[in-house]
Unconditional design. Structure first.
Length: 176
């Protein structure tokens, strides 16, 4: 059985906002989903967000494949964890959706959320970054920053979808 660990955005998670509209467009039945609640009310603080992420990983047997999907700050949490820790799970792929790379601009500059300088040396799984040109929260230039740090990263640039992708992402469903 394949697993998906989904780390939601730091936005308010209601039926019509945050990562929920996007989640509703992804076929749920084919996978075992691990969707913990993250402490968005405490801000974008890696040390607080990594705890529920580790809980999700620990729910999965090491021999079962897992896809990691991070929306916005959720993707930053996944990438920081993977570049700083030994992971025993069988990671199939990492998919980032509108995720900021801390240090790419002044808006996302918190030192505690930045990846290590040699981060690309610590990840040996396919990574895809999906973002829309009209993203209203994370500037599209973050996609270029990610690709500079991880040259092998697959980049998917959408013209529309803003940050929450209420209408879904066909390419995301194809990757799964």
């Amino acid at each position: 059985m394949e697993h998906i660990v989904f780390v939601h955005s730091a936005s308010e998670q209601t039926k019509e906002s945050g990562s929920n509209p996007l989640l509703r467009t992804i076929p749920q039945g084919e996978y075992v989903w691990h969707k913990h609640r993250y402490p968005r009310d405490k801000g974008q603080v890696y040390e607080l967000w990594v705890e529920p992420f580790i809980e999700s990983l620990n729910e999965i047997d090491d021999h079962e494949p897992v896809t990691l999907i991070g929306h916005s700050f959720g993707g930053t949490v996944i990438m920081k964890y993977l570049t700083e820790n030994q992971v025993t799970q069988k990671i199939k792929q990492v998919i980032l959706i509108g995720s900021p790379l801390f240090g790419c601009d002044d808006k996302f500059s918190d030192e505690q959320n930045k990846l290590r300088e040699d981060a690309e040396d610590y990840i040996d799984v396919p990574i895809t970054h999906i973002q829309s040109v009209d993203d209203d929260r994370v500037d599209i230039k973050h996609q270029m920053c990610w690709q500079q740090q991880f040259p092998q990263m697959n980049i998917i640039t959408k013209q529309f979808g803003q940050h929450e992708f209420h209408d879904g992402i066909d390419e995301l469903n194809q990757l799964l």
